[in-house]
Design a protein around this ligand. Structure first.
Ligand SMILES: Nc1ncnc2c1ncn2[C@@H]1O[C@H](COP(=O)(O)OP(=O)(O)OP(=O)(O)O)[C@@H](O)[C@H]1O
Length: 359
């Protein structure tokens, strides 16, 4: 049975729906990321789960038991916010011990748990430091130690890395996953940064305008985004409209393509979109033809940027459509103005459905 289940959650602020029909579940020990642009409802959903937001429809269950009527402090959940909310007048030890003291766990448990948590986050030598004397990354680790100390059955982290600079965020994202996995805590992590979500999560739930669009592993999400909104949010560019012909093939402005392997056929007349993934394309040699497992595209090189391991190449396709591919750095750089024939594995194509927006 999942640890957490959300059933048909809806939340309205006046006439505006902040959340619509959210259904999802989370297994014990999993890290789930809520990913989506600002205002899509991530924090509101976190507040509903935490019990801080009372007015909503639908239900929140833990191991099959509805907890909608339970006050926040009896849910056994931990929360860590972007600003960490550390107590500046207390030292590191007292900050980490705070939750345990609230639960009146006693000195022996406190000494053991706080020492364990400081060791876990690599701050065992910082116990008597004041919060003002810590770097941003160290504060983040104190906040994490504090929220893990009472052994929450679910830990929720709202943009905990947002205040840090880019390189520190990347390192701390990796560290954060290692620590959460070491403890085995079930966690929900909110972010609007796709790279952060991929680095930390077992599952990523993508939100847009109050709706849950897709909930999958980072690998699955990247290889099989199901809608244009998800694909665009993940940064994919090479998307064209398609219409399904009588034989099930997909007619696009760039030609007709077979349904990619492992993809359900859409009914004739439907109008999905087709994404061509940027990696995996090869420049065809003059005699080379695409096999049955490959597709072919042609276009003219508009720009070419050396990224070290690949050339990011902008290619003007039929009807002036601009695509971007990551091409190998050998045998030579694509030349601006050159006409190229590209061969891609059939899996490089992904069928995207339009976002359904009922009601
Ligand atoms: N107390 C409130 N009263 C009215 N509208 C609200 C309130 N709280 C949130 N909203 C609205 O609900 C929507 C979702 O907000 P929410 O804070 O959940 O988004 P978010 O995805 O967490 O955004 P961000 O990444 O900027 O924190 C937004 O349109 C927001 O303006």
């Amino acid at each position: 049975m999942p640890l957490l289940t959300l059933h048909d959650i809806r939340k309205r602020f006046d006439a505006h729906y902040a959340l619509r029909d959210i259904n999802l579940s989370l297994e014990a020990g999993q890290i789930l990321c809520f990913l989506g642009p600002s205002g899509c409802g991530k924090t509101t959903l976190l507040r509903i789960i935490a019990g801080l937001e009372k007015e909503y429809s639908g239900s929140v269950s833990v191991q099959g038991v509805h907890i909608d009527e339970e006050p926040p402090h009896t849910r056994g959940f931990g929360l860590m916010f972007q600003d960490y909310a550390l107590f500046p007048h207390m030292n590191v030890w007292d900050n980490v011990a705070f939750g345990l003291r609230m639960h009146k766990t006693g000195a022996e448990v406190e000494n053991e748990r706080v020492a364990d948590m400081l060791r876990l986050v690599g701050l065992e030598d910082f116990a008597s430091r004041k919060i003002q004397e810590l770097s941003g990354g160290e504060r983040q680790r104190v906040a994490l130690a504090r929220s893990l100390a009472p052994e929450p059955r679910l830990l929720m982290l709202d943009e905990p890395l947002a205040a840090l600079d880019r390189s520190l965020r990347e390192r701390l994202a990796r560290e954060l996953r290692q620590i959460l996995k070491k403890v085995g805590v079930t966690a929900i992590f909110v972010t609007h940064d796709q790279a952060e979500a991929f680095a930390i999560a077992d599952k990523v739930a993508v939100f847009h305008d109050g709706r849950l669009l897709q909930n999958d592993s980072p690998q699955r999400l990247y290889s099989h985004p199901t809608s244009i909104q998800v694909a665009e949010f993940l940064g994919f560019k090479n998307i064209v409209p398609a219409s399904v012909l009588q034989d099930g093939t997909l007619l696009t402005p760039l030609g007709t393509f077979p349904v990619p392997p492992g993809t359900n056929k859409r009914a004739p007349g439907m109008t999905p979109s087709l994404l061509f993934r940027p990696e995996g394309a090869q420049i065809a040699t003059p005699m080379q033809e695409a096999t049955a497992e490959q597709i072919q595209l042609t276009g003219q090189v508009e720009s070419c940027t050396f990224l070290g391991h690949v050339y990011q190449t902008e290619i003007k396709m039929a009807e002036g459509i601009m695509f971007r591919f990551l091409l190998p750095t050998y045998p030579s750089a694509p030349k601006i103005g050159e006409k190229l024939r590209l061969i891609l594995p059939a899996e490089a194509c992904v069928v995207l459905d339009s976002d359904q927006r009922p009601g």
